[in-house]
Design a protein around this ligand. Structure first.
Ligand SMILES: [Fe+2]
Length: 127
Protein backbone atom coordinates (compact mmCIF):
# COMPACT_ATOMS: atom_id res chain seq x y z
CA UNK A 1 0.00 0.00 0.00
CA UNK A 2 1.19 3.49 -0.80
CA UNK A 3 2.29 5.60 2.12
CA UNK A 4 2.57 9.24 2.83
CA UNK A 5 6.05 10.73 2.77
CA UNK A 6 7.71 12.85 5.39
CA UNK A 7 7.13 16.58 4.95
CA UNK A 8 4.24 16.20 2.53
CA UNK A 9 1.51 18.78 3.04
CA UNK A 10 -2.18 18.02 2.64
CA UNK A 11 -5.12 20.42 2.54
CA UNK A 12 -8.86 20.15 2.97
CA UNK A 13 -10.58 22.00 0.11
CA UNK A 14 -13.70 22.49 2.23
CA UNK A 15 -12.48 23.95 5.53
CA UNK A 16 -8.87 24.88 4.69
CA UNK A 17 -7.20 22.61 7.25
CA UNK A 18 -3.54 22.12 6.34
CA UNK A 19 -1.45 19.29 7.76
CA UNK A 20 2.16 18.22 7.42
CA UNK A 21 3.31 14.61 7.61
CA UNK A 22 5.75 14.14 10.49
CA UNK A 23 5.53 10.34 10.53
CA UNK A 24 4.56 8.26 7.51
CA UNK A 25 1.44 6.10 7.29
CA UNK A 26 -1.57 5.48 5.10
CA UNK A 27 -2.31 8.30 2.63
CA UNK A 28 -6.06 8.03 3.25
CA UNK A 29 -6.37 11.36 5.04
CA UNK A 30 -9.93 12.59 5.39
CA UNK A 31 -11.32 15.96 6.50
CA UNK A 32 -14.92 17.22 6.30
CA UNK A 33 -15.84 13.78 4.97
CA UNK A 34 -13.62 14.09 1.88
CA UNK A 35 -10.07 13.01 1.01
CA UNK A 36 -7.47 15.68 1.73
CA UNK A 37 -5.49 16.93 -1.28
CA UNK A 38 -1.71 16.55 -1.37
CA UNK A 39 -0.24 19.94 -2.22
CA UNK A 40 2.43 20.05 -4.91
CA UNK A 41 4.99 22.82 -4.47
CA UNK A 42 4.82 25.28 -7.33
CA UNK A 43 7.78 27.18 -8.68
CA UNK A 44 7.05 28.45 -12.18
CA UNK A 45 3.36 29.27 -12.33
CA UNK A 46 1.68 32.62 -12.81
CA UNK A 47 2.27 34.79 -9.74
CA UNK A 48 5.74 33.40 -9.14
CA UNK A 49 7.27 36.84 -8.52
CA UNK A 50 5.14 37.24 -5.39
CA UNK A 51 5.43 33.66 -4.16
CA UNK A 52 8.83 32.10 -4.80
CA UNK A 53 11.03 32.45 -1.70
CA UNK A 54 14.15 34.57 -2.15
CA UNK A 55 17.00 33.47 0.14
CA UNK A 56 19.70 35.96 1.14
CA UNK A 57 22.68 35.39 3.42
CA UNK A 58 22.94 37.51 6.58
CA UNK A 59 26.28 36.44 8.02
CA UNK A 60 25.66 33.01 9.61
CA UNK A 61 21.90 33.44 9.12
CA UNK A 62 19.56 33.75 6.18
CA UNK A 63 16.60 35.97 5.48
CA UNK A 64 13.84 34.48 3.37
CA UNK A 65 11.67 36.99 1.55
CA UNK A 66 8.39 36.17 -0.21
CA UNK A 67 9.03 36.94 -3.06
CA UNK A 68 11.06 39.13 -5.46
CA UNK A 69 7.98 41.43 -5.37
CA UNK A 70 6.73 41.44 -1.74
CA UNK A 71 3.65 39.30 -1.26
CA UNK A 72 0.54 41.01 0.21
CA UNK A 73 -0.11 40.40 3.92
CA UNK A 74 -3.80 41.24 4.04
CA UNK A 75 -6.52 39.64 6.14
CA UNK A 76 -7.87 37.55 3.29
CA UNK A 77 -4.58 36.95 1.44
CA UNK A 78 -1.29 36.38 3.19
CA UNK A 79 1.67 34.08 3.69
CA UNK A 80 0.72 31.66 6.47
CA UNK A 81 4.15 30.13 7.01
CA UNK A 82 7.67 29.86 5.65
CA UNK A 83 9.65 26.65 6.10
CA UNK A 84 13.39 26.14 5.75
CA UNK A 85 14.42 22.52 5.51
CA UNK A 86 17.79 20.88 5.95
CA UNK A 87 18.54 17.18 5.66
CA UNK A 88 17.31 16.57 9.22
CA UNK A 89 15.42 19.63 10.42
CA UNK A 90 12.49 21.86 9.55
CA UNK A 91 12.36 25.43 10.74
CA UNK A 92 8.96 27.10 10.40
CA UNK A 93 8.02 30.73 10.90
CA UNK A 94 4.29 31.36 11.21
CA UNK A 95 3.13 34.72 9.89
CA UNK A 96 -0.06 36.73 10.18
CA UNK A 97 -1.68 39.60 8.27
CA UNK A 98 0.27 42.82 8.73
CA UNK A 99 3.63 41.06 9.21
CA UNK A 100 6.42 41.49 6.71
CA UNK A 101 6.40 38.61 4.20
CA UNK A 102 9.85 37.52 5.35
CA UNK A 103 11.66 35.70 8.15
CA UNK A 104 15.19 35.34 9.49
CA UNK A 105 16.45 31.82 10.21
CA UNK A 106 19.47 30.97 12.31
CA UNK A 107 20.97 28.65 9.73
CA UNK A 108 23.71 28.77 7.13
CA UNK A 109 22.57 28.99 3.53
CA UNK A 110 24.80 26.04 2.60
CA UNK A 111 22.79 23.74 4.94
CA UNK A 112 19.46 24.46 3.25
CA UNK A 113 17.90 21.72 1.17
CA UNK A 114 14.59 23.42 0.36
CA UNK A 115 12.58 26.50 1.27
CA UNK A 116 8.84 26.63 0.83
CA UNK A 117 5.96 28.85 1.78
CA UNK A 118 2.21 28.55 2.02
CA UNK A 119 -0.08 31.32 0.77
CA UNK A 120 -3.68 30.98 1.95
CA UNK A 121 -4.94 31.72 -1.58
CA UNK A 122 -2.24 30.39 -3.88
CA UNK A 123 -1.05 27.34 -1.94
CA UNK A 124 2.47 25.96 -1.72
CA UNK A 125 5.60 27.35 -3.41
CA UNK A 126 9.28 26.54 -3.22
CA UNK A 127 12.56 28.18 -4.04
FE1 LIG B 1 -0.69 34.68 -2.78
Amino acid sequence: MAKTELREIYRCDICGNVIEIVNTGSPSLVCCGKPMIKLITKSGDEGKEKHIPVIEELGDKVIVKIGSIPHPMENDHYIVFIEVMTERDIFRRELKPGDNPSAIFNIKKSEIKEVREYCNKHMLWKA
